[in-house]
Ligand binder design. Structure first.
Ligand code: AP5
Ligand code: MG
Length: 218
């Protein structure tokens, strides 16, 4: 199963990506998670991109494509993958197509998680992530049992640097200008499904699985 998750910031791509990953037993490859790990580990890439992430701008296409290509070369991604947050611009989509063609494979489905802007602001402002295992919570919509503490590993929950209200608005503008045109791109390729992202994560997952039409067990 080779799937792309599209949709605005905070729509639930990461939440759904992790659920689908455990259902389909293929890795979730999230460009944002890979970039944040590089920032955390203070690698050369991390130092190059830290300010870009904090501002909510896009990292350069060539840099992200290289990162994803390296990740897809790892053995666990050979049998399939769920791409979350990549591609995010038309040049990235074209470079991905070329990369997959070289490997003799193609994307089965692009799932776009659609959520209204007001809900995005609510979801993003409440998001907290575990520093240790990256599990996500939402202090408004899905609070952890003990404030600030991960239920899975006891790690500290933190708020992403790019989740301030002004930066979220900028990320939405960047999405509308650069990423939204990909809906048309994958619609023309005949592989786009737009998914209503409202309701509980389990509601949304049911719609995703239905759109995947036999690619994962129902
Ligand atoms: P990235 O990490 O990809 O951020 P994003 O696209 O802005 O998306 P988010 O991770 O904020 O949201 P999400 O859709 O994953 O939602 P989530 O499941 O967390 O990118 C960050 C930055 O990295 C970019 O700004 C850019 O700088 C750089 N970057 C990344 N990829 C790049 C690329 N390809 N090219 C260039 N630059 C790139 O959910 C949000 C919250 O809502 C959570 O609290 C969750 O618990 C809650 N929630 C989820 N679903 C539901 C539901 N159904 N009901 C209620 N609450 C829900
Ligand atoms: Mg995410």
């Amino acid at each position: 199963m080779r799937v792309i998750l599209l949709g605005p910031p905070g729509a639930g791509k990461g939440t759904q990506g992790r659920m689908l990953s455990s259902l389909a037993q293929v890795p979730e490859v999230a460009s944002g998670d890979l970039l944040r790990a590089a920032v955390r580990e203070k690698t050369a890439l991390g130092r190059e991109v830290a300010d870009i992430l904090a501002r909510g701008d896009l990292v350069g296409d060539d840099t992200v494509v290289k990162l994803i290509e390296d990740r897809l070369n790892e053995p666990d991604a050979v049998g399939g993958f769920i791409l979350d947050g990549f591609p995010r611009s038309l040049p990235q989509a074209e470079l991905l197509d070329a990369m997959l063609t070289r490997r003799g494979i193609r994307i089965d489905r692009a799932l776009a998680v659609m959520v209204p802007d007001a809900e995005i602001v609510k979801r993003i402002s409440g998001r907290r992530t575990c520093r240790n295992c990256q599990t996500m919570y939402n202090v408004v919509l899905d609070p952890p049992r003990q404030a600030g503490v991960c239920e899975k590993c006891g790690g500290e929950l933190y708020q992403r640097e790019d989740d301030s209200e002004e930066t979220v608005q900028h990320r939405l503008d960047v999405y509308n200008a650069n990423t939204k045109p990909l809906l048309e791109y994958y619609s023309r390729a005949g592989i786009l499904s737009q998914i209503d992202g409202m309701g509980t994560p389990a509601d949304v997952e049911k719609r995703m699985v239905a759109a995947l039409d036999g690619l994962v067990p129902k």
